[in-house]
Design a protein around this ligand. Structure first.
Ligand SMILES: *Cc1c(COP(=O)(O)O)cnc(C)c1O
Length: 355
């Protein structure tokens, strides 16, 4: 469809398509990397109390949340940006405010598919850098002139992690543009690049509460970097919306960050299930990329990815398939509860061996 009322910009866009959110509740949902466990009980308690105050606008700076993140990571508050509508909206501000320059930005050819969408929206030129044959990011391929660099670590949808030593090397070779590390999955076994912030003024680390803190429905993220980068993001945010984080989001997110024990318990459970699943899938003949995320990226030498996805769907299990030619043989499977993992394994057994 098109319309004469549209701006030229709209005609140029190719919007992001998120994974399916079925209306029926009876699917086992392993397709959008949600956490299978509920958020900390403290989140609910805090949000119910906050409902009394919904009459009032929220704190535009969300200071309690900034202070919780500051205490969690031991970094000053002026190094922290908090954002509403998930880290996706923070990423949008980053593309518009920190990555849009004359030179093209760099990101991997296989990565979070929102990045090229933002490039079109904000008219940012980009170059895709191919992953290695092992589906790993080759850091030395980024040692070149650029308008900025962004990738997730661990990468999506591969789940593969690069060590902090390599991020440090990249930063020491690239001081002229902003390097954004999207740490949506860092809590499932990686080491955050936040430790490098003190040494590199051009590093911005982005995190979300959607995955490791079970709050995908609340839409909260944050970014950590030097005060100059943070101030840049604040300027964009305050030119767009004073209150991207509502009262319930600020309160729930803060309670979640403060409950360290619950956070550690759930992520350790997911890490243990991931290792178990990885082994079981390999026993079934799947090639499983090494993952430090809450999902596995797998392919079977004798079964097509798309076909497996459809057969699983018919049996009530949703997993994600990407049609990009380089990864069309793969399935991305989110780690579920023990029960969900068992059902997936049993169903795959049936599909692979019984028909
Ligand atoms: C899930 C995800 C995000 C964003 O999540 P939000 O729910 O918007 O916070 C960002 N980057 C990557 C790589 C993701 O997988």
């Amino acid at each position: 469809m098109t319309s004469r009322y549209w701006s030229p910009l709209i005609n140029r866009l190719t919007p992001y398509i998120p994974g399916e959110q079925p209306k029926q509740q009876n699917f086992i949902k392993l397709n959008t990397n949600e956490n299978p466990y509920p958020p900390s009980p403290k989140v609910k308690e805090a949000m119910i109390a906050e409902m009394e105050r919904l009459r009032l606008y929220p704190d535009p700076n969300a200071d309690v949340l900034k202070e919780a993140v500051s205490a969690f990571y031991g970094i000053p508050v002026d190094h922290i940006f908090v954002g509403g509508n998930g880290s996706d909206e923070i990423l949008a501000h980053i593309f518009q405010g920190l990555l849009k320059h004359d030179l093209p930005i760099l990101f991997p050819d296989i990565t979070y598919s929102f990045y090229p969408v933002y490039c079109l929206l904000y008219d940012v030129s980009f170059e895709k850098i191919p992953l290695g044959d092992d589906f790993q990011i080759k850091i030395e391929d980024y040692f070149r002139t650029n308008g900025g660099i962004i990738f997730p670590n661990p990468n999506a949808p591969t789940g593969c992690l690069r060590p902090t030593s390599e991020i440090r090397e990249l930063l020491s070779k690239n001081r002229d543009s902003v390097i954004v590390i999207d740490e949506a999955y860092i809590d499932f076994g990686g080491e955050s690049a936040i430790s490098l912030i003190k040494d590199f003024e051009n590093l911005l680390v982005v995190q979300t509460l959607s995955k490791s803190r079970s709050l995908a429905g609340l839409r909260v993220g944050f970014a950590v970097g030097s005060p100059s980068l943070i101030e840049g993001l604040e300027r964009i945010k305050n030119s767009f919306n004073s209150y991207p984080l509502d009262r319930l989001a600020i309160t729930g997110a803060t309670a979640s960050i403060l409950d360290r024990d619950y956070f550690d318990q759930t992520r350790q459970k997911i890490i243990a299930s991931r290792e178990f699943m990885s082994q079981k899938l390999q026993d079934m003949g799947f090639v499983v990329l090494p993952s430090k995320a809450n999902f596995l990226f797998v392919r079977h030498p004798y079964h097509q990815g798309k076909k497996l996805q459809q057969l699983l769907r018919e049996k009530g299990i949703l997993v994600r398939h990407f049609s990009d030619q380089k990864i069309e043989q793969f399935l991305r499977i989110t780690i579920g509860t023990d029960q969900e993992c068992q059902t997936l394994l049993k169903t795959l057994q049936e599909i692979l061996y019984d028909r």
